[in-house]
Design a protein around this ligand. Sequence first.
Ligand code: R5P
Length: 287
Amino acid sequence: MYIIGGSASSSVSKDLSKQLHIPLAEIVSKRFPDGELYVRILDDISGEDVIIVQTTYPDPNIIELLLLQEASRESGAKSITAVVPYFGYARQDKKFENGEPISAKLMAQLVSKSTKKVLTVDPHKEHILDFFPIQAQSCTAVPELATFLKGKKVDMVLAPDKGALVRAKQTSQIIDCDFDFMDKTRIDGSTVEIKPKNLEVKGNNVAIIDDIISTGNTMAKSIFELKKQGANKVFVSCTHGLFAADAIKNLNQAGCDEIISTDTIISEFSKVKVTPCITKKLKIKSK
Ligand code: R5P
């Protein structure tokens, strides 16, 4: 058995290799002068079960995953499991307007090529798993995020909208504190509205938990509202820290006390590891 680590998920693949005592295959990867990607698996993986680990964000990492899958198939791997810590394009999970693609469905079909099984972490919505024509599963990093937040003296956990309440509830149960949700309306891809709602936050430390921080607007507006209502510290946490454009600046300007994300997408805020939830789900007995 081998683990094949894509360049977007080197920390997760190394951790998986260590925890499961499965060797990491040696990969050569380079760009041709025109920018196209070249990959080669140096180890003999013929007849072996392989786990390819690669986040599919940003776009070049999708191609890398597909090439690694194809290289594994061509090399005679017995089975291929794709672990996709962050599954990109998941938010376009339906046609919101006529003429749009269901991007998540297309990505699911592409990633399923020559693969037996797919595992991803905190997909934007669970129903995207139905888009895969193969066995597709998810695991959640919420317990790991909650355990990290427990050390921060958090009094209340908030979801940025009602749909994310389950995540906030699960987090609050681990921390042993209150939970609630904020009243968010999305106007478009980069505009959200957080309506004022009275929350018991005065003098309290609050953690907001979401699946994704992209532009940071959802979190920035929430922080602003919470600080206006007298919250003491506000921590923002997410599984997937995309931190697009001026996200960090927006969060800091809103008065954010700490930004916490996992290592599904590597950044300076990747303070929580997702490997524990992946290993539990893979159900591979370590040697
Ligand atoms: C939306 O439903 C997601 O759960 C996140 O709240 C959203 O993707 C965050 O986006 P942004 O950081 O751009 O507000």
